[in-house]
Design a protein. Structure first.
Length: 130
C-alpha cells in the first residue's frame, strides 16, 4: 500500500488503527511459515451517489512477520479484495454483520466520521491506498 497525504475518494483510500495489527504464523506444506495478518480500517465510499462511511479490516498473507503495522501495510500490494466491511453508515441507516454491542461501537466511529467527511477520523492513520 501507498500512504497519501491527501484524501481523494476516487483512489479508494483507507485509514487504519496502527495499534490494531494482529496475526499468526501459519504453516505451509513445505514446512515453512507465512504471516496472516489483519488491521482495523475505516473508509469512505460512494454507493449509488451517496457517500457512506465503512468500518472493518484489511487483511493480507505475507512471507514473513512484519516488524510493525507500517511495514505490514507497505508490503500489502494486492488490493483486489478491498477491505472486509463489518459496518456501514449512510447518514440514515446502518448495515452491519455484527452484534448489537458492536453496532453501537461502529456507529460511535461512523457517525462523526461521515458528519466530518472527508476528514481523517481522530486516532486513525491515513490515507492508505493500493
Amino acid at each position: 500500500m501507498i500512504r497519501d497525504n491527501r484524501f481523494l475518494v476516487s483512489r479508494r483510500p483507507y485509514a487504519v488503527d496502527l495499534s490494531s495489527l494482529r496475526g499468526t504464523l501459519e504453516p505451509r506444506h513445505d514446512g515453512t511459515t507465512y504471516y496472516r495478518g489483519r488491521i482495523d480500517a475505516v473508509w469512505y465510499r460512494r454507493r449509488r451517489g451517496v457517500t457512506v462511511a465503512c468500518i472493518g479490516t484489511l487483511w493480507d498473507s505475507q512471507d514473513e512477520q512484519p516488524a510493525d503495522a507500517v511495514q505490514f501495510l507497505e508490503r500489502h500490494t494486492d488490493g483486489r479484495y478491498g477491505g472486509d466491511c463489518d459496518g456501514r453508515w449512510d447518514g440514515t441507516s446502518y448495515w452491519g454483520n455484527s452484534t448489537l454491542e458492536q453496532q453501537h461501537q461502529h456507529l460511535a466511529v461512523l457517525r462523526p466520521m461521515l458528519a466530518n467527511y472527508p476528514e481523517l477520523p481522530p486516532g486513525w492513520d491515513g490515507w492508505w491506498r493500493f
